[in-house]
Structure formats: C-alpha cells, structure tokens
Design a protein around this ligand. Structure first.
Ligand code: PLP
Length: 494
C-alpha cells in the first residue's frame, strides 16, 4: 500500500482552478481528492498510522501512548476477550473500552443480527416514519428498568444521554428549580452542559459553563440535605451510582435509600448516571438495583451499543417525561436527534440485551467478578507496600496502588513524599506497560485518581481469563518496585 506524500495544491493554483471552474458554463467532473481507501486504511503500517494520527488526530495524546508502549501495537482483529496485533500476538482485554464491551469484541450473535439487517436492506434513518427498531428498543429498556422508568430518548453518546437526562429533569422542575447538585470527582461527560457537573479543572479548563450548579462530597447525605435546605433552587441531584473516573467509588445502600427518601421529601429529582456502571457491569442491569431504590431519570451508553456501534439512552419516569415533553407543542423541544434511534444501532442494542439475559452475563459478572476481586485482595495481602485498596463490584473493579514514596524504604519516604502528587499514576503506568509488554494484558487507569487501575473486562470473561490476568499481575509485582521501574526505563530505549 502506498501512502504517497500528500501535497495540497498551492492556494494560488487552487484559486485559479476554482475560478476557472466557476466561470465555465459546462458542468465538470469534480476531481477525486487524494483519499485513502478502506483497504488501504486496513493495510497501513505503524509508521503511516503514527504520521496521520500526529497530523490529523491528537498529537498530544500520542505522547501518553508512547510512554506506555501502546504506540507499538496495531490491532488487526478482535474476538471475545482478545485483541490480536500485527504480529499475531493475542492481548487479553481487561480494560474493555472503559466498560463499553460487555459482550466482548464481535459477539457472534450481534454480528449475525447486524449482517442479516444489512442483507435485508433495512432502513437506518426514519425520522419521517415510526421506527419499529427504536420502538422495540425503547420497549425493551422500559421492560428492564424498574418502576415507571418507561420513557426513552435514544442518542449516541453518554454525554448526549446525560444532557437529555438533565434537560428532562429541568423541564419538569421548571426554571426556578433548575439548579443541579453533583458530586466531587464526578464524571458525566465533556459536552458543554454536563461538563458543568464534571468535576475536573482539566476538562472544564476555561470554558464558560452553566453556573446553576453546586457540589458536595460523594456519598454524603448530610451534605446533600444541608445544600437542599439552604437553597430551594436546587431541584435536581445528579450522581453516578458507582463513580468511574473518580476511581471506582461506591456509596453504601443506606446512602441511596436515604437519598431517595430525601428527594421525595424535598420534591427533588434524582438523576442516576449509569453510563459506565449500567448495562449489567455491576452484576445487576442498573447498579442502583443493588440498593432497592429507583431514580427519577437514568442514562445508559457504552455497552448498550453491543461493542459494535454508538448507542445511548435516557430513561425517565413517565410523569416526568410527560410533564417535560408530553404535548405536541413540547414534543420536539428535545425530540429525536438525527442519529437517535438509527436502525442498525437499535437492532444491535436489542440483540445485545437479549444475549445478556440468554447467556446470563450479569450472573457471570457477579460470580467471576467476585472471583477477580478476591484474587486481587489476595495480592493486596501479599504486596501491601504496592497495593493500597481493591474496590467495586461485578466487573467494575478498581485496584489502587500506593503513592510512590510508600513503596520505598522507610528512610527515604519523607523526602520522596513531596513528589507523590507529581508521580501519581507512574507506578500503575509502569505496571500497565509491563502487563502489555511482557504478559499481553491490557489495563487502563481512572481519570482523576491515576493510582487506580480500572478493571472492566467484558462480562463474558471466564475464571480462566481471570487466573491468566492474576498470574501476570503477580509476576510483575513479584519483581518489586526496583525491577518494575528498571524494566520500564529499559523499555523506553528498545
Ligand atoms: C459515568 C459517565 N457518564 C458519562 C460519560 C460520557 O460518555 P461519552 O464518553 O460516551 O460521551 C462517561 C464516559 O466515560 C461516564 O463514564
């Protein structure tokens, strides 16, 4: 395959050509620009991919991939829990695309449903007509969701579903009660509305955000009560049921039950962000089901797309939805987006949901995820100088490493402690890089607490896969910090 040096026409030439074309009374063929074909894209080598990534995608991000050694991998194939790279090496996926691969890669039933849909020339965009696919998916989600969480808005990203969730709640509460309470270390997306309740100075940067928001510590019911009693404009409480980006953080059942009672008492709507922890990942379809409570609005994305497409959903209690958009003159205020409810994405999600129950994937997440958690706890007891905590449930687990200074001999700890903040993430980074380089296992980190490795493998992961991962991690940790660091340094030169 050739990726020729691409040279754009000089502006001068371009202007002349454009002027000549515009002046001509005859329609001309438009010249085919120097485009890469699908087959050429598949056949690119790492040098070519790097060049295009640096020139057209995100040069800054490449820096991090390079640091971890991830830039040397070109994925050629993905099946189940495995990636296969350009050298035929199989990589065990314990990262799972930030939790978007509940069914693993290219689940055969999902592939078959999509292929049949294509072979039958089914339609995708149906804004003018009723869509049987969108209607069926909405029915399935309402059937799965408890209580009267019955009304569904379909979109294509978690941010979009969360925007829809906040908007439906705001419409129902009215402008005088539109203030949103959110949690420290929350991640709800990067679009401008929900960025206002995503607790990151990095992501918020200097953007002009929605100002009607207030923040409390996650899981602190007294702080929420205090905030609601002090400010009657707060009409919405928005929380991830399990914080993902914050480092896989849970709150106890009493918190959620207290929150439900408090919201009822104060006429406040509770929005549960289940974009990451939902769709079966925690061992129940919605993580809030563990606590026997039902929110007013919730949102799903990630694995809802079956690992094959972009699909997201906001689900609201019927009275809330009807109040917000239930009449002809309000129906289109937040009506369907162009790609909301697109045909093949809907049938992918429908097939995925059926697979989830047919194959008992949530049971597997609870059982095999439990095995993974207890194995991690065993490693924590074996390596207390390295591992600080193991958290989460099902296949949404966090493995927190100690600050760098804690891994060093007692005498040098105080001197090194001043560097702990700067070095946050370096130890898990070295370990993640060793896992991929020497043991063919992929893991990733949480956004805010970079000392936490997030383990979100597909829900089809077996005990054998877990044991492979644990053996790899044990071998890396057994080397101790000195070996982990020196191997990392060596890898930077190879
Ligand atoms: C809890 C949560 N909410 C919202 C989002 C935003 O989803 P997306 O990246 O699809 O926009 C994410 C993404 O990681 C998430 O974890």
């Amino acid at each position: 395959m050739l990726l020729k040096k691409r040279k754009k026409p000089e502006p001068q030439q371009e202007n002349h050509a454009a002027a000549a074309l515009a002046a001509s009374p005859v329609a001309h063929d438009i010249p085919h620009p120097d485009l890469i074909s699908v087959e050429e894209a598949k056949a690119m080598d790492l040098d070519q991919m790097t060049e295009l990534f640096m020139n057209h995608l995100n040069p800054g991000q490449y820096h991090f991939m390079k640091l971890l050694g991830f830039h040397k991998v070109k994925i050629e194939k993905a099946e189940g829990v495995w990636y296969t790279d350009q050298n035929g090496r199989k990589i065990l996926d314990f990262f799972g695309g930030f939790g978007s691969l509940a069914f693993g890669h290219n689940h055969p039933r999902i592939l078959a449903a999509r292929k049949k849909f294509q072979d039958e020339n089914r339609h995708e965009i149906a804004m003018a007509f009723l869509s049987q696919y969108a209607a069926a998916l909405a029915h399935n989600l309402a059937e799965i969701a408890p209580g009267d969480l019955d009304m569904v808005f379909l979109g294509s990203s978690g941010s979009e579903a969360m925007e829809a969730a906040i908007k439906v709640a705001e419409r129902a509460q009215g402008p005088k009660r539109a203030k949103v309470l959110y949690a420290q270390n929350a991640f709800h997306g990067k679009t401008k509305g929900v960025l206002s309740i995503t607790d990151s100075t990095l992501y918020q940067s200097e953007f002009k955000l929605v100002e009607d928001v207030t923040k409390v510590p996650f899981g602190d019911l007294d702080a929420i009560r205090h905030a609601l009693e002090g400010d009657p404009q707060i009409g919405i409480v928005c929380l991830e049921t399990i914080q993902g980006g914050g480092g896989i953080i849970e709150a106890p059942a009493e918190f959620w039950q207290g929150l439900r009672a408090l919201c009822d008492e104060k006429d406040v709507l509770w929005v549960a962000d289940e974009v990451q922890c939902g769709t079966g990942r925690s061992g129940r379809f919605f993580a809030f089901e563990h606590y026997g409570v039902v929110p007013d609005v919730t949102a799903l994305a990630k694995s809802l797309g079956g690992g094959k497409c972009a699909m997201a959903a906001m689900i609201a209690r019927k009275p809330i939805y009807m109040k917000a958009y239930g009449k002809p003159n309000t129906a289109l205020i937040h009506g369907p987006a162009t790609f909301g409810g697109i045909g093949e994405a809907c049938i992918t999600a429908i097939e995925g949901l059926n697979v989830m129950y047919d194959d008992q994937l949530m049971k597997n997440a609870a059982e095999v995820g439990g095995h993974l958690k207890s194995e991690l706890q065993r490693l924590m007891a074996k390596y207390p100088k390295l591992i600080k905590d193991v958290r989460g449930r099902g296949f949404m687990l966090g493995l927190e490493f100690q600050n760098f200074s804690k891994t060093m001999p007692l005498a040098v700890r105080p001197a090194l402690a001043v560097l702990d903040d700067k070095l946050k993430g370096s130890l898990p980074g070295f370990i993640g890089s060793a896992l991929l380089r020497d043991h063919n296992v992929l893991v990733a980190f949480t956004e805010y607490n970079r000392n936490v490795v997030r383990l979100q493998p597909p829900l089809i992961t077996t005990r054998e896969n877990v044991d492979t991962f644990i053996t790899a991690l044990d071998t890396v940790l057994a080397g101790g910090v000195t070996k982990i660091v020196s191997n990392f340094v060596k890898s930077q030169w190879s």
